[in-house]
Design a protein around this ligand. Structure first.
Ligand code: GLU
Ligand code: ZN
Length: 319
C-alpha cells in the first residue's frame, strides 16, 4: 500500500514494522453520537488510516438496560454521514454471550473466579474499593456477582499520548466484577475478549477509560494475549469537569450537515484545518485529516470546552 503522508508517520512506538495495524471504535448504543463520541471515532479512524491500518466498529450493547432501541443503526448512519467508513463486519456484543460464557467457564475451571454477595453500599462504606471479603467464603448462588481473583495487577502503563499512567495500587489489586449480579457480563471482561477476537493492535478512545485500561491490560495477560497499544484522547466537556455523555443528554450531532462538527472535532484534536476546508466535502476533510495526522500533535490535555447552541451547532470555548 502506498503511504499517504510522505513517510513521516512511523508505526506507533513498539510496533514492529510490517505488522498490521487493527484499530476500532466501540460505541455503546445508549443514544445517538454526540460531539464527544465523534472525537473518539475520528481520532481512532485517523490513527488507523495514518498507519495504513484497518478500522473496525463494534457495537457495545452488553449493558442491555442502557441500550436504546434503534441507537445502533442511528450511530452507524452518523458514522457514514461523517465519512467514517469501517472495514469488515460489525461485531455486536449481544450476539457473543456464548463466547463470554466460554471464557468465564475457563477462568472458573482455573479457580480464578468466585461469587460475591457484597452490596454497592457495603463497598462504598469501605471507601469504594472492594476488600476481598468474599474471596474465600465459597459462596454459590444465581443472584451473586462473579469476581476475578486478581493475579495480574497492573500498577502503571505507557499511553501513547498521556505518557506514563500510574494506578492506585489498591485499585490495581482489586478483585473486580466480571459478571454482575443481574446476570450481565461486565464491560471490563467483554471488551478484552472482543479486542482479542477482533485482533485489535491499537486502541484510541476517550480519556475516561485511562484508569480502567490497567485492568484490561492485566486481563490480556491473564488470557495469555499481548495487550494492544493505547492512546487516550482528551474528553470534550459540557462544563468544566463534566464530560459530554449520553447520560447527561449531550445533543446528537447533525447527520444532514456534518462539515461544521467534523471541522470542530479536528480542531478539538489539535489540528488547524485550512480555511478552504470549510467548503470541502466530508471525504475531502477526512483525507486532509489522514494526510496531516501526527499523533504527537494531538491535544493531550483537556483544553477546550464544547457547548452547543439551540440549533445543535457545536462551539469550542477555550477554558
Ligand atoms: N463503549 C464504550 C463507550 O461508548 C467505549 C469502550 C472502549 O472504547 O473500549 O464509552
Ligand atoms: Zn463480597
Amino acid at each position: 500500500m502506498t503511504r499517504l503522508d510522505g513517510g513521516n508517520i512511523g508505526q506507533p512506538e513498539g510496533v514492529p514494522s510490517g505488522e498490521q495495524y487493527i484499530g476500532r471504535f466501540a460505541p455503546s448504543p445508549s443514544g445517538p453520537l454526540h460531539f464527544g463520541s465523534l472525537v473518539a471515532a475520528l481520532g481512532s479512524y485517523l490513527d488507523a488510516h495514518a498507519h495504513q491500518g484497518q478500522w473496525l466498529v463494534r457495537i457495545e450493547d452488553i449493558d442491555t438496560p442502557r441500550v436504546r432501541e434503534g441507537a445502533d443503526s442511528d450511530i452507524l448512519r452518523t458514522l457514514e454521514a461523517y465519512g467514517l467508513h469501517w472495514h469488515g463486519d460489525i461485531m455486536w456484543q449481544s450476539q457473543r454471550l456464548e463466547r463470554y460464557q466460554e471464557v468465564t467457564s475457563e477462568l472458573s475451571k482455573q479457580g480464578l473466579i468466585y461469587h460475591c454477595q457484597c452490596t454497592r453500599k457495603q463497598i462504598k462504606a469501605l471507601g469504594g474499593v472492594y476488600n476481598g471479603h468474599c474471596r474465600d467464603l465459597g459462596l454459590q448462588g444465581q443472584d451473586l456477582a462473579l469476581r476475578l481473583r486478581q493475579q495480574h495487577p497492573v500498577f502503571s502503563y505507557q499511553d501513547r499520548l498521556q505518557g506514563h499512567v500510574d494506578i492506585d495500587p489498591i485499585e490495581a489489586q482489586e478483585d473486580y466484577i466480571i459478571k454482575r449480579r443481574d446476570g450481565l457480563f461486565a464491560y471490563q471482561l467483554v471488551v478484552v475478549i472482543d479486542d482479542i477476537d477482533q485482533g485489535i493492535t491499537d486502541i484510541v478512545r476517550g480519556a475516561d477509560l485511562l484508569i480502567p485500561t490497567a485492568r484490561q491490560i492485566g486481563l490480556f495477560e491473564q488470557l495469555a494475549h499481548r495487550a494492544p497499544r493505547y492512546l487516550h484522547l482528551p474528553l470534550a466537556v459540557a462544563s468544566p469537569g463534566f464530560k459530554l455523555s449520553k447520560q447527561n443528554y449531550a445533543p446528537a450531532i447533525d447527520q444532514t450537515n456534518p462539515q461544521p462538527a467534523l471541522l470542530d472535532a479536528l480542531r478539538f484534536l489539535g489540528f488547524q484545518p485550512d480555511k478552504e476546508l470549510s467548503q470541502a466535502t466530508v471525504e475531502e476533510v477526512i483525507t486532509w485529516g489522514i494526510q496531516h495526522y501526527r499523533s504527537e500533535a494531538l491535544t493531550q490535555a483537556l483544553e477546550v470546552q464544547v457547548s452547543q447552541d439551540s440549533n445543535g451547532q457545536t462551539e469550542l470555548l477555550t477554558l
